[in-house]
Ligand binder design. Structure first.
Ligand code: FES
Length: 107
């Protein structure tokens, strides 16, 4: 089962053991990770699940699709090259150890 670390803006880290097939967003919500909202329920339309993916996992996680990239450009406060929507990152064993930063705000 993949372990995911969510690092808050003030440096607090919440480590979650997720299920294969969870998304970064759904695992966060189930474990009460602060700062991940997931307002649209994972439908790639609200951008309230924005995270910054740390190296060396950026390559494994991959780039956002076209719609996701548009949502990031239009909907997040601080888009970066490592921005992804947590609901669009589906977890597998390869992503065990993934570290993501949670932005200080989702709006
Ligand atoms: Fe809405 Fe991810 S939960 S875009």
């Amino acid at each position: 089962m993949p372990q995911i670390s969510y690092v808050s803006a003030d440096g607090d880290t919440t480590v979650v053991t997720a299920e294969v097939g969870d998304s970064v967003m759904s695992a966060a919500l189930r474990h009460g990770v602060a700062g991940i909202i997931g307002e649209c329920g994972g439908n790639n339309s609200c951008a309230t699940c924005h995270v910054w993916v740390r190296d060396p996992f950026r390559g494994l996680v991959g780039q956002p699709g076209d719609l996701e990239a548009d949502i990031i450009d239009l909907g997040v406060a601080e888009p970066r090259d490592c921005s992804r929507l947590g609901c669009q990152i589906i977890l597998n064993d390869e992503l065990d150890g993934l570290v993501v930063d949670v932005p200080p705000t989702q709006y």
